[in-house]
Design a protein around this ligand. Structure first.
Ligand code: GDP
Ligand code: MG
Length: 296
């Protein structure tokens, strides 16, 4: 192997460094009470996000209506450590008058950018700046089967400009497969008609391979998800599922619902991309705006 230098060994070095340092991932969940937000987060992380491992970071009452509540967990799998923070937004959309109910959420997202920016501007910067920026906002749509509601449009229009939004149809087991397909199609039409940008955005596809992969995701958004905290026996195997009048809906079975598609997107295929888009696009936009403001 004349001429071989051994550059590929850098991959092992990166791997070791990442394993040693661990990494941060911050998810925000937004949607009316009772749509299954907490259940879905627990299902995503296989209930590793259980209550006993909770250390509440902050509980902030920003307005009378929407509360922000963040909890961090260290999840370790095969020697890789992830610090997962889930920011819950109880109270969103629960009022009769939901005017401006997105404001505390916009404020929270921007505050995390501001925090990061201040750390970057310090003369003595930390070697690793703690990252509390929201890498992904999962927006829960009620399974009405109709169309996007004004509150959905207003929220996603505003938040889509500052954070990566992944809309999901909550409690999809309450719709038939046909209803789901029609609802999904109508939602995609409404998103396009209102100029709402959800993740993954076409303009940030980096190469043809990524474009093909992301097109497939864009064609099947929003994922119709089902969450659960119960295991059932199906053909002698234990599966995560929900009992319904049609039988057991297996949460991780792609023939039953799109929970697995959501999990794959968030964790298995796009976690690093969500972090990159947050840093290179959303945070960068904030940073440029803030620095221009202060130069004037
Ligand atoms: P949150 O207020 O959005 O956090 O909702 P929770 O996770 O507390 O769930 C509210 C209720 O809905 C609970 O009784 C859950 O068992 C139930 N639930 C959660 N996910 C689903 C789902 O996918 N389908 C159905 N049918 N019920 C669900
Ligand atoms: Mg909850």
């Amino acid at each position: 192997l004349f001429g071989y230098v051994g550059i590929e060994a850098v991959l092992d070095q990166m791997r070791r460094k990442t394993m040693k340092a661990g990494f941060e991932f911050n998810i925000m969940v937004v949607g009316q009470s009772g749509l299954g937000k907490s259940t879905l987060v627990n299902t995503l992380f296989k209930s590793k996000v259980s209550r006993k491992s909770c250390t509440p970071n902050y509980e902030e009452k920003i307005s009378k209506t929407v509360k922000l509540h963040s909890i961090s967990h260290i999840i370790e799998e095969k020697g890789v450590k992830m610090k997962l923070t889930v920011i819950d937004t109880p109270g969103f959309g629960d009022q009769i008058n939901n005017e401006n109910c997105w404001e505390p959420i916009v404020k929270c997202v921007n505050e995390q950018y501001e925090k990061y920016l201040r750390e970057e501007l310090h003369v003595n910067r930390k070697r690793r700046i703690p990252d509390t920026r929201v890498h992904c906002c999962i927006y829960f749509l009620p399974a009405t089967g109709h169309r996007l509601r004004p509150i959905d449009i207003e929220f996603m229009k505003r938040l889509g400009k500052i954070v990566s939004i992944v809309p999901v149809i909550a409690k999809a087991d309450t719709l038939t497969i046909d209803e789901r397909l029609e609802f999904k199609e109508r939602i995609r039409q409404d998103l396009a008609a209102n100029g709402i940008c959800v993740y993954p955005q076409r303009e940030y596809d980096e190469d043809p391979d990524e474009h093909i992969l992301n097109e497939r995701i864009r064609e099947s958004i929003p994922f119709a998800v089902v969450g659960t905290d119960k295991e059932h026996q199906v053909n002698g195997n234990k599966v995560l599922g929900r009992k319904t009048k049609w039988g057991i809906i297996e949460v991780e079975n792609v023939a039953h619902c799109e929970f697995a598609n959501l999990r794959d997107l968030l964790i298995r295929s796009h976690l690093q991309d969500l972090k990159d888009v947050t840093h290179n696009i959303h945070y960068e936009t904030y940073r440029v705006r803030r620095l221009n403001e202060s130069n004037m």
